[in-house]
Design a protein around this ligand. Sequence first.
Ligand code: HEM
Length: 443
Amino acid sequence: KSKSQIHPPSPPSLPFIGHLHLLLPIPYRALHSLSLIHGPIMLLKLGQIPTLILSSSSSIRSMIKSNDIAFSSRPNLKVPRQLVYDSKSISFTPYGPYWRQSRKLCVLHLLSTKRVHSFRPNRHSELSIMLSHISNHSLSGPHQSQRNHLLLHHQHPLQKSPSAAPSLKKANAVCSMTLFVRPPNSSALSMLKITSLLSNEIKDDDNADLVDILLSLQRDPLPGEFSPTMDEVKAIILNMFAAGTTTSYIFLEWAMSELIRNPKVMKKLKEEAKLVSEKSSMVAEENVNKMSYLKAVVKEVLRLHPPAPLLVPRETIEDTELQGYKIPKKTRVIINAWAIGRDPKFWDAPEEFIPERFVNNELDFRGQDFEFIPFGIGRRICPGMQFAVATIEFALANLVHQFDWDMPNGLSAEDLNMDEAQGLIMHRKHPLVLVAKKNGLML
Ligand code: HEM
């Protein structure tokens, strides 16, 4: 038999559940171990669903170079179908005109370079709120007598006070704000309230934001233009919140965890922040771009702890082929970005946290380097990458610059538990608890 007629290798399976039991407890780790036995292109049956698992940069290269479109749809998953308005969010909607148009709108009005740049004042004010919150709870802050521990976690203002919603005039501001907090369980509800509150504020000028545009297209469809239904408007906005918040706070938790465990890296980063801040207490966003070591740290955190380690599941649109294997239409596809980021064929000492590997190195996560794909790859690559990077770099630079960080209760950094929670998203198993001490600069 030629390879194009055969399916990729597959481990023995059980009746009904197929290979589902092999995914426990941590799916990306379990899939990685299986790929070491069966190869970087594997076929599993998850329940009754044939699922292709890709675990190497060369399999991703073949996928993108030979037939990107064939691998660019999303499966019709039950949870998004029920929670996100019949899968009308960009992340879960199948490949097609609705996906293309809704994604294009979000990029144009929220996620483009120009838009991301325009949110600088929002990022500045929201980061200031977060920093003063930490400061108020730090060892040398107003609550000096109370030895408060910082959990990189504070409640979403919308969750604390429903009455806060009317003052949040702009969804754009809301998006940038929520990136600094753990998203509440009720974010979906809050968002819907905001959407309806905003419906009287539609404008048709350059300042119109994503919500304005979506609502005006929904109310007054233009001939030949995309016109979303109200459910689609809600799904798109909710998607911006869901995709943008969890990922960014997960990143910050892992980044601080690695920095506390690697004091030399922390020291070097602090020195860089001090240098670019020119004695100011805050690293201004325009100076963040001068911080090449910070950028290396961010990349190294994303390599070892990609917030979405298996990206978002794909589905093939048509019968296709991958490195000679036959891949039928409607095969589910899971890409193990976590495994690819620690493949010893490409990375030296892959388990170690060494930001220096990215210094003077062009390797980037923008979709050209198949060895490093924390934001995904191809047509479905994360459109919020610039938005996210602007936020997390700015936040991390200032967390490091404004405070000295320590383990609580005299524990040493070696005691820090780095276990991951069970599940598909790469949360820490135990929330990070650190003690913040105001840096001398601030006193
Ligand atoms: C550190 C932060 C972030 C990480 C690591 C991340 C990662 C990802 C990944 C891995 C995917 C799937 C890509 C694929 O299937 O190839 C994705 C998709 C997506 N992300 Fe992000 N993301 C982040 C922040 C954001 C932000 C801030 C937004 C918007 C405000 C956003 C919006 C989206 C959307 C809409 C999709 C679906 C794209 C599609 O299916 O066409 N993400 N992201």
